[in-house]
Design a protein around this ligand. Structure first.
Ligand code: SF4
Length: 249
């Protein structure tokens, strides 16, 4: 059985593996993957050495995970990269990781959550789903991602109704998803979930796109305004820097 996993890195100090899936059902112009298809936290030297070596089979993937548990004391896995939910084997991957008693974080745009995946997430005590909300403006959503917002909001509600632990993430993009927009996102989250958590990522600009990096003032203003409704977390403040090992390819 072939998965859509093409890259795995391991953060030694965090005991956490970042498992990257290839392909996405959205087409966001600011996607960090347009800078590099690999984990962008790796050094330029490491990045230069990486070459695509194919998608992993389920057995190969589980072999890498079991080895990381034995050799490095792996405790947590983050499923991300592009969009894990487009991998039909994702429910099996989650089941296998859950059987190994690993903490699981699934990063997703929540556009496609099928029943098999929902069931797996419902029964997984150590799973957290991190949903990236691009914008709450339906016109901008379809213009920039290529897909309607409606399905994302419907799936968020479905996950919450089924007791899945969900946190949210959005990218601060001056002129597209700025302090006003993120305050609206925060207000919306406070209306649908108790004690919502929102991770705010300042944009890393992609050459050839019109959006710039937000200033520190813009970041502070966005945090202050969103904090009225949600607990705000900034990505660079999560955890400490860690040594990174490439487990695949
Ligand atoms: S949903 Fe995420 S991975 Fe997919 S295109 Fe948008 S930013 Fe990139």
């Amino acid at each position: 059985m072939i998965t859509r996993i093409n890259h795995i890195t391991y953060y030694t100090d965090l005991h956490s593996a970042y498992i990257q899936f290839l392909g996405c059902n959205f087409n966001c112009p600011w996607c960090i993957r347009k800078l590099t298809p690999w984990d962008h936290h790796l050094s330029n030297n490491e990045l230069a050495k990486l070459r695509f070596q194919g998608l992993l089979s389920m057995d190969e993937f589980l072999g890498i995970i079991d080895n990381a548990i034995t050799k490095y004391g792996l405790e947590e896995v983050v499923l991300g990269g592009e969009e894990p939910t487009i991998d039909p084997t994702l429910p099996i991957i989650i089941k296998e990781l859950n059987n190994r008693r690993l903490r699981i974080k699934l990063l997703t745009n929540a556009y496609e959550i099928n029943n098999q995946l929902l069931n797996e997430l419902r029964s997984c005590i150590d799973c957290r789903v991190v949903i990236g909300i691009k914008t709450l403006d339906p016109n901008k959503h379809i213009k920039y991602t290529g897909k309607p917002l409606e399905s994302v909001l419907r799936n968020i509600k479905q996950l919450l109704e089924n007791g899945v632990k969900v946190i949210f993430e959005t990218v601060l993009i001056p002129g597209l998803n700025d302090a006003n927009d993120i305050e609206e996102i925060a207000k919306y989250l406070a209306s649908i979930v108790k004690e919502p958590i929102l991770i705010i990522d300042p944009l890393i600009p992609i050459p050839g796109t019109p959006w710039r990096k937000p200033t520190q003032e813009e970041i502070n203003e966005t945090m202050n305004r969103a904090s009225k409704y949600v607990k705000v977390v900034m990505h660079e403040k999560i955890g400490k820097p860690s040594k990174i090992i490439v487990l695949y390819p």
